[in-house]
Write a protein that binds this ligand. Structure first.
Ligand code: SF4
Length: 131
């Protein structure tokens, strides 16, 4: 069986023809380095992606916080993860790389903040009012 895939390991984006035999990639043509074959094996049999999206916040002036997964997520679980993240909201200041959702859906992957949110005066006043 043959398959055409594009390697996304580096910006060159090599177009590869992959020959598959059962559970194994037999031959890869078109890659410009050895990482291509490794990528093809993974992409054919266990594709995954780092998820980048946003999470809602209750922080004034910042309705959405950019977040990403700290590891690849199996492709068939990406939509479930997006749905899970959409049900969360950030209520407190958070630092770059800090975990927003730990072990999402039991996948062993954390969702982390892609920027730091420092408390501003308005946020502090609101936090004091709400206790
Ligand atoms: S095969 Fe190598 S050169 Fe081509 S996109 Fe993948 S990593 Fe880059």
């Amino acid at each position: 069986m043959g398959k055409n895939i594009i390697c996304i390991v580096c910006p060159l984006g090599c177009r590869m023809e992959v020959e598959i035999d059962g559970e194994e990639v037999k031959k890869v043509v078109g890659q410009k380095c050895k990482k291509g074959k490794k990528y093809a094996q993974k992409e054919v049999f266990s594709p995954g992606r780092v998820l980048t999206t946003t999470v809602k916040t209750d922080i004034p002036g910042l309705p959405l916080l950019p977040v990403r997964s700290d590891k690849e997520i199996p492709r068939e679980k990406l939509l479930d993860c997006v749905s899970c993240i959409s049900r969360h909201s950030i209520k407190n200041p958070i630092g770059l790389g800090q975990t927003v959702i730990e072990n999402i859906l039991g996948l062993g992957v954390n969702i982390v903040a892609c920027r730091t949110v420092v408390p501003d005066e308005h946020f502090q006043q609101r936090a004091e009012q709400t206790g």
